[in-house]
Write a protein of this length. Sequence first.
Length: 297
Amino acid sequence: MTAAMSYAPSFYVQSDEVQLAVYQRGNPAQPTVIFIHGYPDNHEVWDKVVALLEDEFHVVTYDVRGSGASSLPKRIRDYTLAKLSQDLQAVMNAVSPDRPVHLVAHDWGSIQTWESVTDPALQHRIASYSTLSGPCLDHVGKLLRRYISQPNAEHLSYIMNQALHSWYIFMFQAPLLAPTIWRAGLAKHWHKVLAKIENVKHAEPNPNQLIDGVNGIQLYRANMLPRVLAPRARYSAVPINLLVALDDHFVRPHLYNYLEEWAPNLERTEIQGGHWQLLLDQPEVFADAVRQFIKRY
């Protein structure tokens, strides 16, 4: 989320019909850390964090399908969690074929990475997982069922509170509404929206914002309702660093309740800050939390 593409892709990785733009920094001899961005961003949202970690690690970012310099599939079925997990696996195999990697993710990057972290066939390839502002959709579905089956004032409050903060998800299901809003001016003013909603002080215009915003809507359409309404039991033995932004206006802290039942090696750390603030305004805080966790594994 900088004024221009900060540097050209180091190379492209093929994942079925999609080409993924991959960016490498740091020393390849050091532990590999792959950063997975969310919506409506591209790899540049990590620039400030990467700058603080590239001297210590082999740092890899990539534009997820539908964003940045990667391929832009148009069909909804091209954005399923299975496809996104396949993409991440392709990147892992390209940048660290022989050693496990550390994963760091935000927003939809976190949502999609949970798919890999809870996949028994991939867990041996993942040394650790640091996640911010993006839950596993299956875990969310299970949590909502738990709240509904055990009705009380607290559970009802949790459901209503998250629903009020997730209004945009319902809007994204409409065929034309969200793309029209992006094209009508939201893309041009998105950095101002971040400043107003989350008081982000260092958000800059993204020249690729319209493409990132419009194409990424398919993430919601392909995954949100199918996974939340028909959740699977998804477990993980991977060491997980759950970073909870207490001032997140989109993902409320209670959405992570009971998560340790699915991920016994999980550590929860609550941090004062918003959904994007920790990456754009407080990168030192985020980078330090990631650094300390990675060095233990």
